[in-house]
Design a binder for this molecule. Structure first.
Ligand SMILES: Cc1ncc(COP(=O)(O)O)c(C=O)c1O
Length: 377
């Protein structure tokens, strides 16, 4: 068939950034004005507009979502061996932020229906040493923030909300990223809002805001600039990136609607396949943002890595799911975790993968992907 052979030549990538003419114009404008580093008006405007969008008092723009998490954890002044609960099925940045502060990450397995942290296990894992929880919204849905906030309040622990993947998604009627004592975001190229590389920290707490702002910028002294107050980083965002962020923020809702359309389109046509599981378009408290359109192969039929290789031969990009924290090579070497098993995360790591879902994908391309997946599984 003509369409197929044409598509076979053009690789359908998992993710492509969505850059508009307006984005390009704004960046060129900033370059012409000479505001190319972090000192300048665009960073502040981006922070203000971002705070307004998600209804938080303060935001601090940083160089990545990983940097945002590191700063967030450091701002809590944890002691050695303090415990921080994190999901086991997540990006390594969650664990790294804790380990780098010499605190202890405590893992919780994921739920097989939503892929988010298994909330039933949360209270069981809280001890006297627990100082914080990183709650991460994974791939599809918001976590149940009312429940989580209630537990954090009852036990007196900090809530860090990692909203890197769900910018623009709401829990009930409020944006994800507006619930944590500190919330973090990523603006990497595959996110709904991108600055190339970049991230944001948002909070309503002025003390934490000031601390995060200082940590982003080498903790320069207040009275004597080059007499530093703490061990900080250069995790600054540039005005070039911030201006792209401002421009992208204007059409965030449109991009989110498109992501949802794409996810729904695939779900309607693939979820009838008995050999796969996909997250549905909504659950009681959250729509599915389909940051990635994930597929889990049922009953260990075949490893995801094998399907990914086969899809590549058809010119279709696909990626494996996260590899669980307790099975990470480096953490085994460092003996960070004991031998506890986390069967759900282990299953998703082996049998989960995601398919092309960038905002520019066409229905024809999606139909091609669907036909190949249904042929293979
Ligand atoms: C949940 C989550 N948190 C943090 C990050 C890290 O963000 P970055 O790549 O901007 O460092 C990612 C990356 O995609 C992520 O998925």
């Amino acid at each position: 068939m003509k369409v197929k052979s044409k598509l076979n030549k053009k690789f359908i990538s998992v993710s492509t950034p969505h850059i508009s003419n307006q984005d390009i114009k704004s960046v060129v404008n900033v370059l012409k004005k000479g505001w190319i580093s972090s000192d300048g008006p665009e960073v502040k405007t981006f922070e203000k507009k971002f705070s307004k969008k998600i209804k938080r008092k303060f935001s601090v723009a940083v160089s990545s979502g990983t940097a945002a998490l590191e700063i967030a954890i450091k701002s809590l002044n944890l002691n050695k061996n303090d415990e921080v609960i994190i999901p086991n099925f997540t990006i390594i940045s969650n664990a790294l932020a804790v380990i780098k502060q010499k605190a202890k990450p405590v893992l919780i397995d994921c739920d097989m229906k939503t892929w988010n942290m298994k909330l039933e296990d949360l209270e069981k894992k809280i001890t006297k040493k627990t100082k914080a929880i990183i709650i991460t919204h994974i791939y599809s849905f918001s976590n149940d923030m009312d429940k989580i906030k209630k537990i954090c309040k009852k036990k007196g622990i900090f809530l860090i909300e990692d909203a890197a993947e769900v910018i623009g998604l709401k829990y009930k009627d409020k944006y994800c990223g507006s619930f944590g004592d500190i919330s973090t975001f990523s603006f990497y190229a595959n996110k709904q809002l991108t600055t190339g590389e970049g991230g944001m920290i948002s909070t309503n707490n002025i003390r934490l805001f000031k601390k995060c702002k200082s940590l982003r910028n080498l903790c320069f002294g207040n009275k004597q600039r080059f007499n530093h107050e703490d061990i900080g980083w250069n995790y600054r965002l540039t005005n070039i990136q911030a201006t792209l962020g401002i421009s992208q923020l204007e059409r965030l809702d449109k991009v989110v609607r498109k992501k949802m359309y794409i996810g729904n389109y695939y779900y309607k046509r693939l979820s009838t396949n008995k050999n796969i599981y996909m997250t549905p378009p909504k659950i009681s408290f959250s729509k599915n943002i389909y940051w990635v359109v994930g597929i889990v192969i049922k009953n260990k039929k075949v490893l995801a890595s094998s399907i990914i290789k086969k899809l590549a031969k058809f010119g279709i990009g696909a990626r494996p799911f996260f590899w669980p924290m307790h099975e990470q090579k480096i953490f085994k070497k460092m003996k960070i975790f004991d031998n506890t098993k986390y069967p759900n995360s282990s299953y998703l790591g082996r049998y989960g993968f995601y398919i092309p879902s960038h905002p520019k994908i066409s229905n024809t391309e999606m139909n091609f992907v669907i036909s190949k997946i249904n042929g293979l599984l």
